[in-house]
Design a protein around this ligand. Sequence first.
Ligand code: DGL
Length: 274
Amino acid sequence: MKRRANEDPVLFLDSGMGGLPYLRHFRERNPGEDLVFVADRRNFPYGNKDRDTLAKLLSSLFARLVAAVHPKLVVLACNTASVSALDSLRKEFSGLPFVGTVPAVKPAVLNSRGALAGVLGTERTIADEYIQSLAGKFNPACRVMGVAAPELVEFVEYALDGASKAERLKVIRPYVEQFRAAGADSIVLGCTHFLFLLDEYRELAGTDMTIYDSLSGVAARAESLLSRQGLRGGTGVRPRCFLTGGEEPGAWEKRAGDFGLDLVLFDRPGGEAA
Ligand code: DGL
């Protein structure tokens, strides 16, 4: 692997648009860094795949991404990818720092007034033992109730742009009520797609439940790794959004533009990588 340099970009990856709020948050705090966002739409959704399948597909995608982009740091802006493949990617690309995104279970169980924290994620994330192990490590007296919400991922990916405030509230209400009825005093947003509905979760949670996310924790971790390794700085080039898969870019043209990204079709079937 070529030596990493300050002017290399920081790469953010998700299966779709979930990682975009993470990129935006990082960019606001670090305007000097060059950024590449990868939306792996070819393999969307990640949440219904098993650990091995995800580890394999991410390993093969990163081999192509590293060759094409040469990132200095990677943020896996996806809980499902992180709980499934962070360890194997770190081993395989040993010179490249990876920052994972995992559900903010630690603050939720540490601050819990009762004995139950709620975690909302994909099927794969909720099934992963990592979630329960975090709870056990930081506050064994607090139980964790994991709920998988694949249809919320689909809603954000496909229907959010045209959805009214009332429709957004409607789609998350059953989940919030499920946690409330069980006596949870927190809801951890354990899927990056759910950040697009943060205001709605907060509104429905009211004062009896706290909503936790990992936006600032992930940005802080990436910043500290860059500083520690002397890798701060960029060239000021406009950030790009790499879109994998064979579908027409469609909504992604606008979406990338809304986030200030230039769209690049990457890794198309039968085509050359960008
Ligand atoms: N955004 C991803 C996460 O944080 C997963 C969505 C999917 O199922 O692809 O888990």
